[in-house]
Design a protein around this ligand. Structure first.
Ligand code: PHE
Length: 348
């Protein structure tokens, strides 16, 4: 299985490590260093098979290459996956992270990492004990902290730009938005949407987490299994990838898909299916670039809060440009975004 995946992948390098004590598999996928050192989060997750973890890391790393190019940030794309049988805590978590840090450090300055699903700034502090190139360490340790708020802010701007395109106004008051997955990004996004006067629906596999958030911001909880079928103006996937696929797209009853999850489309053809269904799709790696913009801006460029806010608002402008191009080129929004990103990769 690993052989087939690696042979079919167009990235530069894969490192695989098996952690005997825990049975965890670690994958570091360096997709491209064309535009600079490869940068990508470290995801920790339970997968049915190790090969699924490798496949996830490979696809996610390509998304990072496109994200960096689309946001015009001088990094290439990578991703790491730690495929565990159960999310570790305490000493065992620390041991596993240090072992992973040795693998990450073997790439030297060619691989920079940051948090992703199920990893935090505190985890980055541990990895940084053995690997120099770590973004988003805790603020107390000199890092820029959790990138979630930056990502959520960028998605909020992207949703406003998408609403302007479809409904003629960026004002979200009275608009219904389904936020699927209310973790580090989704919860903050839901917060901002509620503040903007939207009618917010939240779904999460962790029912308690959804209930507490809904109570706090005045949102409605909907069951995660059927959330996607709900009638709403905007669907914001903010958790797992591949929620947009041949089975789910015909069931969607929204006008816009705009959320923070990476790899929202199961296949690139799904973008055409969304277009045919009259649903505007905000390409994931464009709308969710706020985390990389905020952490890189803060840590490498010393940007202040106003500069970052202006760059996050720029995500809305990029989407507007992509929507216009897609219309002019009669292509899907995803194809238009990819052409833009690939032009920058070719030019680099
Ligand atoms: N999870 C983040 C993403 O997918 C990873 C990241 C954050 C990478 C910040 C670099 C800097 O974009």
């Amino acid at each position: 299985m690993f052989e087939d995946l690696i042979r079919a992948w167009d990235g530069e390098e894969v490192a695989i490590h098996y952690d005997h004590p825990s049975g965890a598999w670690m994958f570091v996928c360096i997709h491209s260093t064309k535009r600079g050192p490869a940068d990508g989060g470290t995801r920790m997750r339970v997968y049915d098979t190790p090969a699924e973890g490798l496949a996830d890391a490979m696809r996610l790393s390509e998304g990072m290459t496109l994200k960096m190019a689309a946001a015009d940030i001088p990094f290439g794309g990578a991703k790491a996956v730690i495929a565990v049988s159960k999310l570790p805590e305490g000493d065992e978590r620390r041991r596993l992270l240090l072992s992973y840090a040795d693998l990450a450090a073997s790439f030297g300055g060619n691989f920079h990492t940051a948090p992703d699903m199920n990893t935090t700034s505190a985890d980055m502090d541990v990895i940084a004990e053995r690997h120099r190139y770590v973004f988003c360490r805790s603020i107390g340790r000199g890092g820029s902290g959790d990138p979630g708020p930056f990502t959520a802010r960028g998605v909020f701007h992207g949703i406003r730009a998408s609403a302007a395109r479809v409904f003629g106004s960026a004002d979200l008051a009275g608009t219904s938005v389904l936020v699927q997955g209310v973790g580090s990004v989704g919860a903050r996004l839901a917060d901002q949407l509620a503040e903007a006067g939207a009618r917010v629906l939240v779904a999460d596999i962790d029912a308690e987490r959804a209930r507490l958030l809904a109570q706090r911001i005045g949102a409605e909880v909907v069951p995660p299994e059927t959330a996607i079928e709900l009638e709403c103006d905007i669907y914001a996937p903010c958790g797992m990838g591949a929620t947009l696929n041949a089975q789910s797209i015909p069931r969607l009853r929204c006008r816009i898909v705009a959320g923070s999850a990476n790899n929202q489309l199961a296949e690139s053809e799904d973008a055409d299916a969304l277009g045919r269904a009259g649903i505007l799709y905000a390409p994931d790696y464009v709308i969710n670039a706020g985390g990389v913009i905020g952490s890189w801006g803060t840590e490498s460029l010393g940007w202040d809060a106003d500069t970052i806010e202006a760059r996050l608002a720029g995500i809305g402008n990029s989407l507007t440009e992509i929507y216009e191009r897609a219309e002019a080129e009669r292509s899907s929004t995803n194809a238009a975004a990819e052409r833009l990103a690939r032009a920058r990769l070719g030019a680099a």
